[in-house]
Design a protein around this ligand. Sequence first.
Ligand code: FES
Length: 115
Amino acid sequence: MNGEITFWPSGRSIKVKPGTTLLDAARRANVPIKTRCGGKAACFMCKVTVRPGSELQPISDNERRKLAGMDGSHIRLACQARAAGKVDVEVPLDPLRAAVARQLARQAEEDGNLW
Ligand code: FES
């Protein structure tokens, strides 16, 4: 059975073989996920949120150790989490884009209050 990974908020989707890491799929789908360690589970920059119901292979002992304390939060390391089927992944905005989005939302709210 092949898998399909959809990245949010862009909605980009890509078909993958089971066992493909979320990071490899993101690269193939042209979805930017920051990394510094090259996928060695060392930098934590590739943290993503996996939506409930997503089909992933069991978490490895290494990734579980790295994410200690975040159990139940659906946060995974994109370089370690591997697809088993259909997966929906929330990719955090980079800090500059997030700041711009917040400013635009604030401005829209203020403009709306003028009427
Ligand atoms: S790429 Fe560094 S922890 Fe995943």
